[in-house]
Design a protein around this ligand. Sequence first.
Ligand code: FUL
Length: 700
Amino acid sequence: MPKTLLFRSAFFLLTSLAGFAQPTPPQPVGPLPSENQLRWQKMEYYAFIHFSINTYTDMAWGLGNEDPKLFNPTKMDCRQWARICKEAGMKGIIFTAKHHSGFCLWPSKYTDYSVKNVPWRNGKADIVRELADACKEYGLKFGVYLSPWDRNHADYGKPEYITYFRNQLTELLTNYGDIFEIWFDGANGGSGYYGGANETRKIDSKTYYDWLDTYKLVRKLQPNIVIWNDGGDRADLRWVGTEAGYVGETNWSLLNATGDVAEEQLRHGVENGNAWVPGEVNTSIRPEWFYHEREDRKVKTLPQLMDIYYNSIGRNATLLLNFPIMPNGLINELDEKAVQAFANATKEAFAVNLARNAKATAPQVRSKSAAYDAGKAIDADLDSYWATDDNIRNASLTLQFAKPTAFNRFLVQEPIRLGQRVKSFTVEALVDGNWKEIAKETTIGYKRILRFPTVEATQLRLTILDAKGSPLISNLEVYKAPLILTPPIVTRNQAGDIQIKPGDAESEVYYTLDGSMPTASSSKYTAPVKTNNGKVDLKAIACNPFTKQSSVVSEEKFDIARSNWKVVSTDAKSAYQALDGNPGTSWHQPKSQRQASLTMPADLVIDLGKEETLVGFRYLPAQNWWEEASIITHYQFEVSADNANWKRVSEGEFSNIKNSPVWQTKSFEPTKARYIKLSALKNTQEGSASGYAEIDIVTQ
Ligand code: FUL
């Protein structure tokens, strides 16, 4: 029994013996979290680190055949990683000990494909050890990512590989101290090196790894661990169905213990699920998980990170934020700056809790006992809570401020040890003597944080409208967070006109076209900017017209405009949505072609209008692929001078594109051409249409 419960039971026993009538504590409403899940949930914010052999090939997934000699992190310093995470307020680090390439960052006894066989440090390095030590030094918890899919191992797909996998698991869970979380990623693209076989191997991720026995081994070796798995039997934690950095607003920490889990259920949990499986929001500080220099200007901005915070920790999930390690073995300075700014901004937003000095009252209190009164929701003790009698399903609690108080954030928590209960609630503010509804929401769970425009009020009222049992609230906080200016959104249409939209209705936008830093004296944006068909390095800021404060800079490098481009592989006008500069619109092949594409690659052929010297192309998949059709995972890119004779200049995979549908850039040797052809060799739903949000080229 946990200590607090023990004390409380002892207290009740003593007081009832002494003749005082104490109400019995509320009964739990199951399913309930385990102690490991409770401890994990309180961590709230921790880091992912992606580093492997494919860091040296600029790829999202290694193929399994990369030469270990490439691995050469000359400045590697795990203490730098740990310091940055600690200073950012993170509570732990999960490290890709082995990613899909199969390359091991510790000297595993069971394979030669590891840091043992690299010239760097004469093959004596053990990065898992160095990081585990650095975490200890900085007071961080340590976790590991061990990819079940292994594109290097000859036995992958056979029963022998499971023994290998468990041997590696045993090494990692035995030799490196306490491991707080293990990550079993479910990705499996099929093809790989596999000891030289170079073929496609399909496994059934539900049965192949025999997860239940694997979990037994994990728990035996690390009794305090939590298991993350999106590929097999239900583990302790669930993926939230996206890598974009959010979970559903309605978020139950419940799923059903058996059966398939739909996308929708990952996003929202299952209200009446029979197992406690809370969500973890995993996202990267850059578009991709591994380091790519081209993404140095795509590091998430402060407003993006703040959105992620409110959409993960603020929605009853934890936040696992990734740093890609550079080939030199360090975290990039831009990433460090971004998380520092993020840490400062959250500290600032939650600095003064305005509920602390308010008076809390509630008409409904469990047996009218002081042990459960409204004040328990604003004391500093997360174990105490406001409770109502068992038969109650709706009730309200009011905070009265000493004077009119301005606020724009509301934080609320349930004591989840007794189950997640609240199904719907409202928040109202008493403004000039009238109650004004400022939010109507669904679930709460461990923590819910709401944002709304600043309101000045003398009272705030939380009303639970419905719950699965009598509502219990362990904590309420109220804040006035400073406003953060959102950088403008920049797009360019097919004609080459650039549109710059501010993130809010009040700010003004200033921009430059030559890559220089914009200020409030640069050109002011009033209408779309014509770019005369040339390449443009655009930078823009949003400014508060009153304070002159400015947002961080939005930057887009546009290649030549696509004004003279013609889609020649189809007459469909909608195909031009792949050229309209709007990521929100996309083109999917019509049905007849879709059927044909069962046997033929689906092609998109474009006439550039004149010959260009090409060095690469870019593809943005349809962003709503789950609704309409699939997106390309394996492609072929050809060029031609006459739309008759084609030369293939690039072929390969868009690794991880399904989970992370971001811009894909592929480079090739400079080639002169007038026509381009992008063919989908494979897509996410075999045989269905391929969706294109945008296609673009990179010229010399
Ligand atoms: C995905 C993997 O395929 C990515 O490479 C990355 O490791 C991410 C965290 O999970 O599914």
